[in-house]
Design a protein around this ligand. Structure first.
Ligand code: GDP
Length: 447
């Protein structure tokens, strides 16, 4: 996936002209009269060395038709949600109108990167509009003219600095499954769970300091590693670098440490000490992994110390399913980092869950599936009117995320959403990864 940009603004401010300039083709019909362009257009845009996908919401420019306002708002919201950068266009010559403010509010609420373009700045009459633009609260406006190419350099600078300032996890979000890029893996768990021992065994070198004292290792960096020719960046939770002194034997896995590791990782291995009851191990980290949308593998370590293995495993499986329903089907691997037994199953499980996490399902498959699900178990009919599920599409992988268009999204009960998510897990094999379904009002906006 490339950088995604949406052009937002009230009708007739010059969105189509800008779109055409960036896409480089006369795809959109441009005219001075409002309401000339009809469709929401997606295009591949280029600006010097920057490439991006760009969406123009100009299609519903029709100030005469009041019923279109709602649709336009809806289109804009979808575009805003899906984009990383918003090009917010105003007409500096016309000045700020109530509808500019309305759209500005919409954009501000989403806390996205916004670049404010005061368009038609070639006009002498644009100066006061330029000053008014500050009142939108979207930052400093760029004096711009899509038609005359004024301000293109400033726009480029703004985009470039955004791309360069993106946190690595966001950049990697854009890169999807690329076998040339290292898969980012973190192993986290309570102190003494055996993380250092496990990482040592994995990388085959005694680079880590292990010891029985909790908290003996503190800092974290990533280790370059490879598994079956697949490059892996292994987050070294345990910390190779320093032989830090034991500070506090009762030290817990700190939330900040866990969060850093989870943010870094695509797949997280949660290492559990089989000799410590599960209630005493911090599973809130698993919840964090789910909320951050990462893929999870649970590894049960020190399996060599367990006497009744089948009973213990059964118990753990039940407990994990009970405690982590949002990650149903998460792989559970028993191993001994000390002896190496069972370790050969860890990386295959990591790669498998990574593939599931990256999975894309076609819209056709999804809608066929949705029709079946609805048929099997129709959504409720609060107030006697049945909620209609109209259309579903996957908006992104990593983790699998879907937009479901329906009537009255606020009335669709959580239990029905869970029914759909569970069905998806089974029917599309999305075991053990978080699944997101965003409900959206209305008809299929892509149709
Ligand atoms: P960390 O704090 O999670 O990095 O844990 P360490 O790797 O330092 O391990 C803590 C202690 O558990 C050390 O004494 C290890 O030797 C021991 N240990 C780690 N893995 C295993 C295992 O699979 N079996 C047994 N019996 N002991 C282990």
């Amino acid at each position: 996936m490339t950088l995604s940009i949406a052009i937002i603004g009230r009708p007739n401010v010059g969105k189509s002209t800008l779109f055409n300039r960036l896409v480089g083709k006369q795809l959109a019909l441009v005219d001075d009269r409002p309401g000339v362009t009809r469709d929401r257009r997606d295009g591949h845009g280029k600006l010097f060395d920057l490439e991006f996908n760009i969406v123009d919401t100009a299609g519903l420019d029709d100030v005469d038709d009041k019923s279109l306002e709602g649709r336009m708002r809806q289109q804009s919201e979808i575009a805003i949600n899906e984009a990383q950068v918003i090009l917010f266009v105003i007409d500096a010559r016309a000045g700020i109108m109530p509808m500019d403010k309305f759209f500005a509010n919409l954009v501000r609420k989403k806390a996205k990167k916004v670049i404010l373009l005061a368009n038609k700045a070639e006009s002498k009459a644009s100066q006061s509009g330029l000053y008014e633009a500050y009142s939108l609260g979207l930052g400093d406006p760029i004096e711009f003219s899509g038609a005359h190419g004024i301000g293109i350099d400033d726009l480029y600078e703004a985009l470039k600095s955004y791309v360069e300032s993106m946190p690595p996890e966001d950049i990697d979000d854009l890169e999807e499954d690329n076998p040339d890029k290292p898969l980012r893996l973190a192993i986290i768990g309570q102190p003494n769970a055996g993380k250092s021992t496990l990482i040592n065994k994995m990388i085959g070198q005694d680079r880590l300091l292990t010891g029985p004292e909790a908290g003996i290792t503190r800092d974290a960096i990533a280790i370059d590693w490879s598994y079956n020719n697949r490059k892996i960046a292994l987050w070294d939770t345990a910390g190779i670098r320093k032989k830090a002194r034991v500070k506090d034997k009762l030290e817990k896995l700190s939330v900040a440490d866990g969060l850093r590791a989870v943010k870094f990782a695509e797949v997280v291995v949660l290492l559990i000490d089989a000799t410590v009851p599960l209630e005493r191990q911090d599973l809130s980290i698993a919840d964090l992994i789910s909320r951050e949308g990462r893929a999870l593998v649970i590894a049960i370590n020190k399996w060599d110390l367990i006497k009744n293995k089948p009973a213990t495993l059964k118990n753990l499986q039940l407990e994990v399913e009970r405690l982590l329903p949002q990650m149903a089907g998460v792989p559970l691997i028993t191993l001994s980092a000390e002896t190496g037994k069972g370790m050969e199953r860890l990386m295959p499980a990591v790669l498998e869950i990574y593939a599931i996490w990256n999975k894309r399902i076609t819209t056709a498959q999804l809608n066929k599936w949705l029709a079946f699900q609805v048929d099997q178990h129709p959504p409720p009919a609060p107030g006697g009117r049945r909620i209609k599920l109209r259309y579903i599409t996957q908006t992104r992988p990593r983790p699998p995320t879907f937009a479901l268009f329906c009537s009255r999204p606020d009335d669709l009960p959580e239990s029905y959403k869970r029914y759909l998510i569970n069905g998806m897990r089974l029917d599309f094999g999305l075991k053990g990864v978080p699944i997101r379904i965003h409900l959206r009002a209305g008809k299929n906006p892509y149709a």
